[in-house]
Design a protein. Structure first.
Length: 146
């Protein structure tokens, strides 16, 4: 049987990107995206809004571009895959999370006033070069990301 792990989301950043570098020097950025869903209830036909918060990580050149051009509130389209991570926190408790590993990020909406003539509003940031598409995940723990 074939497997499929593909995620497509559109949402707004809830905070500025957080850029870090692993000991090998590869950039990794963490984004938090809010996705709003509006629906009517069956009982009262009342319009309700539900918000889902998703953690997203991007690696390499894509991480550095996100850090440079994105900020809180900016709408983005993210294409990627789900990945899970486990680690032990400082108190020795086992922790785990599921997040989106971004493969492509497209900036949506208007960009803030650029500081130069160049603007990446609507820029399509395709997959990173092959050497950056897979992080050196073996043996990397959350505390290794500085």
């Amino acid at each position: 049987m074939a497997d499929l792990n593909k995620v497509l989301i559109i949402g707004n950043l809830t905070r500025d990107p957080e850029l870090r570098y692993i000991p090998q020097g590869t950039a990794v950025v963490t984004l938090r995206v809010a996705i709003n869903t509006r629906f009517k209830t069956k009982d009262s036909a009342e319009l309700r809004k539900e918000t889902c918060f998703i953690n997203v990580v991007a690696w390499g050149n894509l991480a550095e571009i996100c850090n440079q051009y994105l900020q809180k509130g900016r709408p983005v389209f993210i294409e990627g895959r789900l990945q899970s991570r486990s680690w032990q926190d400082q108190s020795g408790k086992n922790r785990s999370t599921i997040e989106i590993r971004a493969e492509r990020i497209q900036f949506l909406g208007r960009a803030p006033e650029p500081s130069s003539e160049e603007s990446l509003s609507g820029a399509d940031l395709g997959p990173a070069p092959e050497e950056n598409t897979a992080p050196p995940e073996a043996g990397i723990k959350e505390e290794d990301i500085s």
